[in-house]
Write a new protein. Structure first.
Length: 301
């Protein structure tokens, strides 16, 4: 299903969970059209060479990125990217019942109005993938505009460097490993070495060599202002390890090898749930009876 803007709906009902009895009777989540999920759908369409469907979604993003009349939008959410057109960033999710427009982050047309760095970076990755595969350079311009807005609006200049995880009007003063990996991947794809190194530096600083949850990478949650370093007990996101590997976020091979071993291994330092805490797996479904034997005279024919 698609929302009124034409974006793909993120949650369109359950596909069924198998033979799990009452455990399968889960309530449906609130339907919405997520920016991140639509960006992934665009990349999928591009890889399948379905450029027409990818372009439909990208053109919707374009209408949500470039306001028709920037004077009607709050100045704090308007950027001046290299293309020369005024730009606003994408909200996290849009409504399945009402339309909205660029620079609007509340109201019935928006399902979640936070402006997330990672979501916008993934949208830019989708533009870059399409531009390269379809030989459509104008879509690469959009990707560069998004990267410019994210880097200028969310860059941190302290010793940890990196970029913020939220942008105005929902700007929270924190940095995360995951969002900086997204920024690094986008900068690498667009050839912006300075932004790539700034994001990579932050990810390397989040490396935890020892402790109950190490070797791994901290989630982040680091202020862009002077603040104490994050504690060793901070949650460890698995995607910071796996996405970081794919993006080449940490050039230290020992860090990569050790964190992968930690993530893939059954470490005794990580507390496991006690026996009986999890429900037993459902029994296998009954097998149909075997077919009756074929009479000998039928077999002879």
């Amino acid at each position: 299903p698609r929302g009124p803007l034409g974006l793909l709906q993120t949650r369109a009902g359950s596909l069924g969970g198998g033979s799990c009895g009452a455990n399968c009777s889960l309530p449906h989540s609130h339907a919405r059209c997520d920016t991140y999920d639509n960006a992934l759908a665009i990349i999928y369409y591009v890889k399948r060479r379905n450029f027409a469907e990818a372009k439909k979604l990208l053109d919707i993003f374009v209408r949500l990125l470039y306001p028709f009349d920037p004077t009607t939008v709050a100045p704090e959410v308007v950027y001046d990217p290299p293309s020369g057109r005024k730009m606003t960033l994408l909200a996290t999710a849009y409504s399945t019942s009402k339309k909205t427009w660029a620079g609007k982050y509340d109201g019935k047309g928006v399902a979640e109005g936070t402006v997330d760095t990672g979501n916008n970076a993934w949208a830019a990755l989708a533009f870059a993938h399409f531009a390269a595969a379809a030989n459509a350079s104008c879509y690469a311009v959009v990707a560069r505009d998004i990267l410019h807005a994210l880097s200028r609006g969310g860059g941190c200049s302290d010793k940890l460097q990196g970029f913020l995880g939220r942008m105005p009007p929902t700007k929270n003063n924190y940095r995360s490993s995951e969002h900086n990996i997204d920024m690094l991947a986008l900068a690498r794809m667009l050839g912006d070495t300075d932004i790539m190194m700034q994001a990579s530096h932050f990810v390397r600083q989040m490396y935890v060599p020892t402790g109950p949850l190490g070797p791994s990478y901290r989630m982040g949650d680091v202020s862009c202002r002077p603040a104490p370093p994050p504690g060793p007990q901070m949650p460890v996101p698995a995607d910071a390890i796996y996405w970081g590997l794919l993006a080449g976020a940490d050039p230290d091979r020992q860090h990569v090898d050790k964190t992968l071993a930690f993530a893939l291994g059954d470490s005794p330092r990580v507390r496991q749930p006690p026996p009986g805490a999890l429900p037993p797996p459902p029994p296998p479904p009954p097998q149909p009876p075997p077919p009756p034997p074929v009479p000998p005279h039928h077999a002879a024919k």
